[in-house]
Every structure is written in structure tokens, then in C-alpha cells.
Design a protein around this ligand. Structure first.
Ligand code: CP
Ligand code: NVA
Length: 311
């Protein structure tokens, strides 16, 4: 049975920790100048409906480092839903490539492609989830402290990045406080799923409307854009709704030693100030770097069926 990487909640805590261990190993090896050729002769299709810097480059570079080849597909070439159906695209791609990475607006489209494809499908971001980001974030946190000993605060929009962070925290039994406006809480679907998982894992996941309360004493403070891709027409309204959720020196007075996380791209001066984003506690480049290693581990796991690179 193939395994897709659509949501971190589809994977057990042990499996996620195995992925983390392999990502850390791959990082160590790359820094030592070693590039295990575990995907020699393999191909991966990368399908992007939305813009990307980090996801595109880290998947393409990661596949190349492992000896494989990535094929970039744009919607205007493929025309999923216009030129041909998702089913036909997924079944054709399955004849030629070993895995498919997709970034789509609709989460349902990724789920449909995964249902129809014979090969594994990796979610490179949908309007609902961003699981590869969550794995890189876990790696970044684990480079500083044992994740279970940390308090993580997420401040801002209850969006795809927040949803995956919530599901990751629930699965691994982490402590996460989420602060969003009532109107932009994480989806009920995610919250209910997270509560069910947390009741077994012991995760401490709490929501508040108050960013000051969420950040007080936190070890990590995470934020993301207030206007995600596809929401550009709401940008002005969102700047008003989220104004008091800006991560700035005032908010961080309650957590002066907190490490700062942001998945990027940032809207500087909106959800976070330059001073904090570029400050000594910022881990934004570690997160970006870890996208490469985390995704290489995911690629090996779904293509080869193991977290060690061996088939
Ligand atoms: N964080 C992230 O996914 O970045 P890109 O949109 O540039 O891929
Ligand atoms: N929430 C953002 C994340 C970008 C990586 C978006 O969906 O645009």
C-alpha cells in the first residue's frame, strides 16, 4: 500500500520521529559533503498552482542531491480540470514518475489526486494544510530543545500553517498555544481532530483570542502572513482585523528569550517587524534550510518505503 504525505495526522508519532531522525541525518551528511544516492534514476513531478520559492527549490534540489530528477509542471501546461480530469492526470503521471508533489488552492484536489494516483502524493501546501513546513519546523525546534519540553505560541491567522502545526503538536504530544481573532480561528475540523489525537498523546493545545496571554513565557513564537495566497483581495480588511496580533518587541516583552519562527514569505511590518524577523532570536533561515532535509526524508519514506534510505 502506498503512503501519501497529505497531513501529518495521517502518520503516527513514531513515524514522524523517524522522519525527523532521518532528516537530521541527511543534514549532517550533506554538511559533511555526502549525498546518498537513494533516489538514483527516480523521478518526481512537482505541480504548482501557486507561487513558491522554498518549496520549489528545496524539492527540486533535494531530488537532485539524491540522484533523481524532478519535473516542474505548471497549471497552464497541464490544465487539471480544464484540459483533462484530475483522474486522467493522476493516472498518467503514475505511469512515468515515482511520486507527485502538489501545491494547489483546493485541498480536495490534492486528496482526489492522491486517491487516483498509483504513486505517492506529497502535499506541498493547500489552502488547508502545509505538512512539509510543519516537519521542517519540528526539525528547527528540535535543534534548540527537546520539543516535548517546549511551549510554542502561534500568533495570527488560523491558516494552513497553523492547522499543520496544531496537528503536528497533537500527534507528538507538544504544548501549543494558538492566538487568533475569533473570526479567524483554526478550522473546527482541525481543532476536533487535534483534540481527539491530544486525548491520546497528552498534547496540551489551547486557543485564546489574546496574543499577550499566548506568548507569555513561550519558548517559541511562530507567526505567518495575515493574507495567504489567494486571499489578496482581503488584504486591507485583514490588516485591520489582525493589527493587534503583530509579533513585535512589545508583544515579546512577555517572552524575551523566545525563539522566533516564520515559514516565509513574510509581509514585513504587518504580522512581524523587521527588528524581530532579523533579530538574534530569529530562526527563519534554519526553518527554510530544514525544508530541504525534512522533504528529502519524506521523499525517501514515500518512494522507498523506509526512513533510512534503504529499500
Ligand atoms: N514556506 C513556503 O512554503 O515557502 P514558499 O511559498 O516560497 O514555497
Ligand atoms: N499561509 C501562507 C503560507 C505560505 C508558505 C499561504 O498559504 O500563502
Amino acid at each position: 500500500m502506498k503512503r501519501d504525505f497529505i497531513s501529518v495526522a495521517d502518520w503516527s508519532a513514531d513515524e514522524l520521529l523517524e522522519l525527523l531522525a532521518r532528516a537530521r541525518e541527511l543534514k549532517r551528511l550533506l554538511k559533511a559533503g555526502e549525498r546518498p544516492q537513494t533516489l538514483l534514476g527516480r523521478t518526481v513531478a512537482l505541480y504548482f498552482e501557486k507561487p513558491s520559492l522554498r518549496t520549489h527549490v528545496t524539492f527540486e534540489a533535494g531530488v537532485a542531491q539524491m540522484g533523481g530528477h524532478a519535473i516542474l509542471l505548471r497549471p497552464e501546461q497541464v490544465g487539471i480540470g480544464t484540459r483533462e480530469s484530475p483522474r486522467d492526470v493522476a493516472r498518467n503521471l503514475s505511469c512515468w514518475v515515482d511520486a507527485l508533489m502538489t501545491r494547489t488552492y483546493s485541498h480536495e484536489l490534492i486528496q482526489q489526486l492522491a486517491r487516483e494516483a498509483i504513486v505517492p502524493v506529497i502535499n506541498g501546501l493547500s489552502d488547508f494544510l502545509h505538512p512539509c513546513q510543519a516537519m521542517a519546523d519540528l526539525q528547527t525546534i528540535a535543534e534548540k530543545v527537546e520539543p516535548k519540553s517546549a511551549v510554542i505560541a502561534y500568533v495570527g491567522d488560523g491558516n494552513n500553517v497553523a492547522n499543520s502545526l496544531i496537528l503536528l503538536s497533537a500527534t507528538l504530544g507538544l504544548a501549543l498555544r494558538v492566538a487568533t481573532p475569533v473570526s479567524h480561528r483554526p478550522s473546527n475540523r482541525v481543532w476536533q481532530q487535534a483534540e481527539a489525537i491530544a486525548s491520546r498523546s497528552g498534547a496540551q493545545i489551547a486557543w485564546t483570542e489574546d496574543p499577550v496571554e499566548a506568548v507569555r513565557g513561550a519558548d517559541f513564537v511562530y507567526t505567518d502572513t495575515w493574507t495567504s495566497m489567494g486571499q489578496e483581495s482581503e488584504a486591507e480588511l485583514r490588516r485591520e482585523i489582525f493589527a493587534r496580533y503583530q509579533v513585535n518587541a512589545g508583544l515579546l516583552a512577555g517572552a524575551p528569550d523566545a525563539w522566533i519562527l516564520h515559514c516565509l514569505p513574510a509581509h514585513r511590518g504587518e504580522e512581524i517587524t523587521d527588528e524581530i524577523l532579523d533579530g538574534p532570536r530569529s530562526l527563519i533561515l534554519d526553518q527554510a534550510e530544514n525544508r530541504l532535509h525534512a522533504q528529502k526524508a519524506i521523499l525517501e519514506r514515500v518512494i522507498l518505503g523506509s526512513s533510512s534510505g534503504a529499500e
